[in-house]
Design a protein around this ligand. Structure first.
Ligand code: FCB
Length: 471
């Protein structure tokens, strides 16, 4: 059997149904979560789940290259097979549907759909057409991300995001996809987490393509944001009925003490994590404090770029995971000061739901033109095991509940938040951490590809069922 999802309502253990699910499983009557039009879904990304990297004309991406280099990914894992979703997509859609999820955020693999000369690859395109059509038939709201980090290697060979030309190639790719897939996508996101692409990819080298220079990071960021800005009008022209936006990861930085230096350090942390992306998008300029942190790294910006980058958005996708406690590094920057005795996940990330609420309410104050928000990722990794056909991921249930409550608080404080996608539908290739870190609400046994619904997925399913019954 490809998955155990269809039986989900029959398999709730007494502990889950009476305990965790009852307590305060039923959110307060005035909670945002009950709003019928508050979308609840799950997210994935192409390289993390699809596998089939050499199939149907897919070209290599920077993650194929990077993960093949010894020492770059834990245990030498790669996305070559991943969750084999390219072949198992029908069962995976059934699983999503049986859990009652209303939204699905997926990404399209650029190297699957277009060659180096810009010629469309029909077989790759057909995969996404079949998938998106099926999701539409099933009534699932679809969010498609055009770039979730799998840059075609042939573009990296010409400088990747350090080359301005890549931004124009991205606009061509956005053009092709929105012409081919118009009508099947409810919301397009240009980029996923440009901070990670620019900083982890070109600034510290933890992600593909593995370069490490702050000047590279700021220039790569500029070209990523330019790519986004060039793509938005193209998407609007080809697929007017859909929403267009971008997905940014945000980080909460808190000061280790009340000292002015530590307060400044926390401010700089948030400038580097949040304002570096949100200021250009929403204010049309880079935050000058960024260049105090990284002197001499101003990117080359051509006339008109900032107007292109700051074109109005229909939505802003926000990914939130944890907070970082910081102190001054004694010079221009900050250093992490991990707090003792706090709850952490398998990633070592602190569980800190208030950070999500505080950042969202802060953005509302800072950006007068803040677009409607979707939480496009939030979740946690745990070392989940299947025992007697079940996965008791109680920390994840608690994590999701607390973060959903934080979202509700932000809505009540006036932030326009329209939905929430948990990360992730299923365990998958967690980038530099390979398969060891499990973020799914569905467990994947990578030796058999068997999917097992975790207790957290049962919890979400039960809530959605109840919400539907009340509607
Ligand atoms: C985000 C990524 C996503 C996943 C989660 C855990 O930064 O967008 O692909 O790896 O982290």
């Amino acid at each position: 059997m490809a998955n155990d999802a269809s039986a989900v309502f029959d398999t709730l253990s007494p502990a889950v149904s009476q305990g965790l699910l009852a307590d305060p499983f039923t959110p307060p009557a005035d909670s945002t979560l009950w709003r019928k039009n508050f979308l609840l879904g799950a997210a994935t990304a192409s390289y993390q789940i699809e596998g089939a990297v050499n199939e149907d004309g897919r070209l290599p991406s920077i993650w194929d290259t990077f993960s093949a280099i010894p020492g770059k990914v834990l245990a030498g894992d790669t996305g070559a097979v991943a969750c084999d979703h390219y072949h198992r997509w029908e069962a995976d859609v059934e699983m999503l549907v049986s859990l009652g999820l209303e939204g699905y955020r997926l990404s399209i693999a650029w190297p699957r759909v277009m060659d180096a000369a810009g010629v469309p690859n029909r077989k790759g395109l057909d995969f996404y057409k079949r998938l998106l059509n099926r999701l539409k038939e099933k009534g699932i709201t679809t969010f498609a991300t055009l770039y979730h980090w799998d840059l075609p290697q042939h573009l990296e060979d010409r400088g990747g995001w350090l080359n301005r030309e890549t931004a124009y190639r991205f606009a061509d790719y956005a053009d092709l996809m929105s012409r081919e897939l118009a009508g099947t996508v409810d919301a397009w996101a240009t980029l996923n987490e440009p901070w990670c692409s620019a900083y982890l990819g070109y600034g510290n080298g933890h992600h593909a393509p593995g370069l490490a220079d702050d000047r590279f990071a700021t220039q790569a960021m500029h070209h990523l944001l330019l790519a986004h800005g060039l793509a938005i009008p193209v998407l609007r022209a080809n697929d007017p009925a859909s929403q267009k936006g971008i997905v940014a990861n945000i980080g909460r930085g808190t000061p280790n003490s009340d000292s002015a230096a530590d307060q400044r350090a926390a401010h700089l942390f948030e400038v580097q994590h949040n304002a570096w992306i949100l200021d250009p998008l929403l204010k049309g300029s880079y935050p000058q404090d960024l260049f105090e942190l990284w002197p001499g790294t101003e990117p080359l910006v051509l006339d008109g770029d900032m107007q292109t980058i700051s074109a109005p958005l229909d939505f802003l996708g926000i990914n939130y995971y944890f907070r970082t406690n910081v102190a001054s590094d004694g010079a221009h920057g900050f250093r992490d000061v991990p707090l003792e005795g706090v709850e952490r996940t398998q990633m070592g990330w602190e569980v800190y739901p208030d950070g999500l609420r505080d950042l969202l309410t802060g953005f509302k104050r800072t950006y007068h033109n803040l677009p409607p928000i979707y939480i496009t990722e939030n979740g946690m990794a745990s070392d989940d095991q299947v025992t007697d056909g079940h996965v008791e991921d109680t920390q994840r249930i608690s994590f999701l509940k607390r973060h959903l409550a934080a979202v509700d608080q932000a809505v009540k404080a006036g932030v326009d938040i329209r939905g929430y996608f948990l990360w992730s539908l299923m365990d998958n290739f967690e980038w530099a951490f390979g398969y060891e870190r499990r973020f799914g609400v569905v467990h994947v046994d990578y030796s058999t590809q068997k999917r097992t619904v975790k207790r957290s997925a049962e919890w979400v399913a039960k809530f959605l069922k109840e919400r539907k019954a009340r509607a």
